[in-house]
Design a protein around this ligand. Structure first.
Ligand code: HEC
Ligand code: HEC
Length: 367
């Protein structure tokens, strides 16, 4: 009996000790967690090196998303072009700098008095539309090119590499001919563009590249209003007939043309009035920036409607947009899949067109 009692006592003791140990361990763990939580640094506010996701067609034209981002613009880190001083020692340095020179002084090489090919282009420089050598924030810069090409482009209905995209601007924006992919000039232009975008994560579009979105009007853009704005705010540089002003030795434009024989043709990106309006809003009159704009959104749309109603060179566009349902809302040439006519696709109002496109996209992703 006594023996039994002693045995039980021993067991109870062991159980008690075990329990104490478990409780102590649990308390230790809780204490440790509390300690870690107490001393953990405040989480840093999430920084937006904002990138925008492509839509179903691989395009980055989702106005709503970008406008939402803009509302918190003070936390946005915009893309910055790499520092040229860091090119020292780069094997490719001379090629990259030649590419840059071709972007800035395109006309010297390919314009009316071109050193390489005479009158191969309309005499404009790439830089006239890709400001500051393709580095200006929302100045149609090249920040997203290296990271997003090759990509599917609805205009050709095919995968496009950077060579094809550069040649598109040669044929349309410069109303000229294409360059041989293997030429020193094409290789240099692409080397420069790739170098500019080298720090951008593949597949992403850095904030501040391309164009800044503007709000869409509830009405059609009005070329008559646009003409008045043009006379007031553009004509002093771009001239009464949109012909611009050549420099004195006739090698390049001091003020590039906006319409007429020497301007971009009807297949160019700027011929879409949304592109024109966005470009102008953040960049014109000369000196404007996206934080220091000079035009209201309405003025930007109306002046775009006016300029793109003036005569300009025509390109054969029969192979463009092979899938008509992928035409952008402001491509001004039918046929269309959505039932809106050419006039509305040219001048708007665009909201009904965009809404219908969004519905179509939703159906497509559900199916
Ligand atoms: C008249 C204006 C104009 C000129 C001149 C011009 N471009 Fe462009 N370029 C545009 C526009 C507008 C776009 C954007 C079009 C769009 O998104 O639909 C563009 C787009 C591009 C892109 C693709 C950018 C991207 O992020 O997808 C490249 C690359 C390019 N241009 C290269 C050039 C080169 C190189 C030259 C000179 C040989 C040149 N461009 C001359 C207006 C111009
Ligand atoms: C003070 C002179 C000046 C004024 C005013 C001005 N621009 Fe420009 N614009 C320029 C210059 C210079 C360039 C070329 C920039 C470069 O090469 O860096 C240019 C480029 C352009 C381009 C792209 C190149 C092209 O020719 O297609 C467009 C589009 C444009 N301006 C539209 C306008 C509109 C619209 C207005 C009026 C709201 C305007 N500009 C007012 C000087 C001016």
């Amino acid at each position: 009996m006594n023996e039994h009692y002693q045995k039980d006592q021993g067991l109870v003791k062991v159980i008690n000790q075990l329990l104490t140990l478990v409780v102590a361990l649990v308390m230790l763990v809780i204490g440790l967690i509390a300690l870690v939580m107490y001393y953990m640094p405040e989480p840093l506010p999430e920084k937006k090196i904002a990138t925008i996701e492509p839509d179903a067609f691989g395009n980055f034209t989702d106005a709503g998303k970008q406008l939402a981002l803009e509302k918190s613009a003070d936390t946005i880190d915009y893309w910055i072009a790499p520092n040229e001083n860091l090119l020292t020692g780069e094997v490719n340095k001379d090629v990259i700098l030649y590419g840059k020179d071709l972007i800035i002084h395109t006309s010297d090489y390919f314009g009316p008095g071109g050193k390489i090919f005479k009158s191969y282009t309309n005499g404009m420089n790439c830089q006239n539309c890709h400001l500051d050598g393709g580095t200006k924030i929302y100045g149609n810069n090249y920040g997203a090119v290296a990271s997003t090409y090759p990509k599917y482009r609805a205009r050709s209905g095919a995968m496009e590499n950077i060579y094809k995209r550069v040649n598109d601007c040669f044929e349309r924006s410069l109303n000229g001919k294409t360059l041989d992919t293997n030429s020193k000039e094409m290789q240099s232009i692409v080397a420069y563009i790739n170098w500019l975008g080298k720090d951008v994560q593949k597949g992403k579009k850095p904030e501040g590249s391309g164009f800044k979105e503007i709000t869409y009007l509830d009405r059609a853009a009005n070329p008559d209003n646009g003409k008045l704005i043009y006379i007031q705010k553009c004509q002093s540089c771009h001239q009464a007939n949109g012909e611009g002003i050549m420099n004195t030795d006739k090698t390049a434009y001091s003020y590039p043309p906006l319409w007429g024989n020497q301007s971009y043709n009807n297949g160019a990106g700027l011929y879409r009035i949304s592109n024109f309006a966005k470009f102008v809003k953040s960049n014109m009159p000369l000196g404007a920036t996206h934080t220091n704009t000079q035009l209201t959104d309405e003025e930007a749309w109306d002046v775009a409607a006016f300029v793109n109603s003036q005569p300009r060179p025509k390109k054969d566009l029969k192979n463009d947009w092979p899938r008509i349902e992928e035409k952008p809302f402001d491509h001004p040439f039918g046929p269309y899949a959505d039932g809106f006519d050419e006039k509305q696709h040219k001048y708007g109002p665009f909201k009904p067109i965009l809404e219908k496109a969004a519905e179509f996209k939703k159906k497509k992703t559900r199916a």
